[in-house]
Design a binder for this molecule. Structure first.
Ligand code: V47
Ligand code: SF4
Length: 374
């Protein structure tokens, strides 16, 4: 960014200093927590977009990734009661669902012959199942769809089922990997600050337990993602503290592929009285994520949560991934009030969205390798 542009934006001296450091050629400037807080509080959104896209281009050039995937949500019955969750039910409650192993296998088998490359499995933490059950679920999905990568179970589910089996995290993850699990999604991180975490999801594994689960996965060479749930009762300081803990783990392991900022959606849950944050606030979060997490290659704008228009805009704020076709197979966000009530995007529509934003769409697999189709 030129000094002239920085002058036109009429920045405070502090924001001007940080913007100049970030846009200087040569050695990359790592944002401190204090810098990130100043940018969150004071930087004009146009500046954040320009800085974040410049950084995105350094990392992934003109490319923006999408994949062809489906979600399988085996159950919404959950032992936990996170206050922001619109999706969980107790066993026997209206709207509770449970697909047994045969049903999960059928859901996968229905997709035979389709060009999907990933099955994302995530659900409530069901009280009745053991590690063998989760391994068998993965084996059944792989039996039906041998060519897909199974990205399965959040750290919250993993921590619970491996703990119940009395195994170390590494030993439990090894068993799941032997069954065919190749990657771990980023859910369950929410917000790491213990006070805020205690108010929105008091029963969930702690930040240290979430991080330890991902660290163990990284030691085994499994690809994992990470998330934040923002826009509820947390302050900017809590968001930055969360990003810092992810950046520190990534410095040690380099195991995270992607970070996904998840906006709190407020319908039908016990925090519904809290409003949702604005679109500029979402874009600010996207840009700061790209700038602060200088060691995580991909920043994902998850369209079922953001909506399609905001996803296109997010590409001008540093995102380089829009996730997948999904094909109406997730309910987490539709039940929480997201615009996309039946999330489904064709690859043509995804490619158009990326091109409209000025980038080159690339179909990727779970590990960000380009997929070539003849
Ligand atoms: O951990 C639940 C979030 C997450 C609400 O790794 C809510 O590629 C907003 O992590 N408002 C699960 N968010 C989903 C998830 C995910 C999604 C897509 C891709 C990947 C990936 C991971 O959903 C939970 C929680 O943070 N969530 N309820 C809500 N009312
Ligand atoms: Fe259960 Fe996950 Fe909902 Fe929490 S967010 S209640 S762990 S399904």
């Amino acid at each position: 960014m030129t000094d002239e542009l920085i002058r036109h934006l009429n920045l405070s001296p502090e924001v001007g200093r940080i913007a100049s450091r970030l846009s200087e050629a040569g050695e990359r400037y790592r944002l401190s927590d204090a810098d990130a807080l100043v940018l969150m509080r004071e930087a004009p959104i146009a500046l954040l977009g320009a800085l974040a896209v410049a950084r995105k281009r350094e990392v992934s050039g003109n490319e923006v990734y999408y994949n062809r995937n489906i979600h399988i949500e085996p159950t919404n019955i959950c032992v936990f009661k996170c206050r922001f969750c619109s999706y969980r039910r107790g066993a026997g409650e209206p709207d509770a669902w449970y697909h047994d192993l045969d049903a999960v296998e059928r859901l996968a088998a229905e997709r035979q012959g389709e060009p999907i490359t990933e099955v994302h499995i995530v659900g409530g933490v069901h009280p009745d199942h053991d590690l063998d059950y989760y391994c068998e679920m993965i084996r059944r999905v792989k039996k039906a769809l041998p060519h897909v990568a199974v990205k399965a179970y959040t750290a919250v589910e993993l921590h619970y089922i491996i703990g119940k089996a009395g195994l170390s995290l590494e030993a439990g993850l090894r068993r799941l990997r032997e069954a065919g699990m190749e990657a771990i999604p980023g859910g369950g991180a929410e917000i790491f600050d213990p006070e805020i975490r205690g108010r929105i999801c008091p029963e969930k594994p702690s930040a240290a337990e979430w991080l330890a689960t991902h660290e163990a996965a990284h030691r085994l060479g499994l690809s994992t993602n990470c998330t934040i749930l923002y826009g509820h009762i947390e302050r900017y300081e809590h968001r930055i503290d969360h990003l810092r803990q992810l950046r520190e783990l990534q410095d040690r392991t380099h195991g995270f592929d992607a970070f996904i900022p998840l906006k709190y959606r407020n319908m039908h849950n016990s925090m519904s009285a809290i409003g949702e944050v604005s679109l500029p606030e979402d874009m600010k979060m996207m840009a700061i994520s790209r700038l602060y997490l200088d060691n995580i290659p991909h920043i994902k704008a998850y369209w079922p949560m953001l909506g399609i228009g905001a996803t296109e805009l997010a590409l001008s704020f540093g995102a380089d991934d829009i996730d997948g076709t999904i094909d109406d197979t997730t309910k987490i966000y539709s039940m929480a009030g997201a615009e996309e009530q039946r999330p489904r995007l064709t690859t043509e529509r995804m490619e158009r969205l990326v091109r409209t934003a000025g980038f080159e769409p690339i179909e990727r697999d779970t590990f960000y390798r380009p997929v070539s189709r003849q």
